[in-house]
Structures are given as structure tokens and as C-alpha cells.
Design a protein around this ligand. Sequence first.
Ligand SMILES: [Zn+2]
Ligand SMILES: [Zn+2]
Length: 155
Amino acid sequence: MTKWKLKRKVCRGCHRRLPIAQYYKEQGAKTGYKARCKDCLRVSRRKRIRDTLNPLIAEHNADPSKNRIPPDCIPYSYKQCSACGRILPAKNDEYFPLTGPPTNRKLGTRCRNCRNAYMRQYRKLHALKQPDPIVEATLADNIGKSGYDSTGRPY
Ligand SMILES: [Zn+2]
Ligand SMILES: [Zn+2]
């Protein structure tokens, strides 16, 4: 057996004759490398996601209560919103990052939509400043007593 080093290889996907660095290694393969080049594998992965995963996710997100994709089947690099149940890419465009070291910043559990809705609701509740019943009763009790004004507050 002559010892030769594979320098180039024809890709089974795109039929280009590419330098061996353009292929991923594969143990057990005759050449020691994948039959298809890195570009082809990337494209087919993207195609798989586009053709198989995206319609499934769209179907799930149309009505998350049907649990078309159960929580333990959520694909890698996706994340389910804890509020609306939609499955969205685990990216900053979809989930706000929480504080933490930039290299390991976790994403919030609610999607941006739900988080924004929650914050709007939260701000509304706090802007209303619900009157405290005990304070109100004390003030009412004070009205008319000497040293208190007409709202029940001391002079
Ligand atoms: Zn190729
Ligand atoms: Zn959500």
C-alpha cells in the first residue's frame, strides 16, 4: 500500500474538486473524510431546517396549546417562551438576554413580545398607585379633629 496523502477530493454534492481542508473528517470513511464538502453540508443543514423544522415550528406556534412540539423535543438552539409557549430561535432578537458575563449570558424565559406585554402591565399597575386602605381610614378618622386639615392630614 502506497502511502499517499489526500490533497483534493471531488465533492459528491457540488462536484467541485476541493482542497481536503474543505471537508470534515469522518472516521471509518474510505478516504477519512466526508463525501460532501463543508459548504454542501451547511447548505443541506439549512435546507433541512427550512424544509422540515420551520413548517413544524410554524404549526406549533400557530397554536402552542396543542403542543405540536413537546418541551423535551425542542430542537437545539431553539427556546420555548414560558408565557406564550411559542418556540423561537434562542437569540437576542427573540429573547432579552439577562445580566451576566457576556460570554455566558442566559436568555430570559419569556419572548420579547411577552416580556414587553408583561412590562407594560407591570408599569400600568405601578403607575396607578393603589390607595392603601389603612392610610385612607386613618385620614378619614382624623377629619374634624383639632390639629388636622380637611383631608385628615396634620397641619
Ligand atoms: Zn460540495
Ligand atoms: Zn412569548
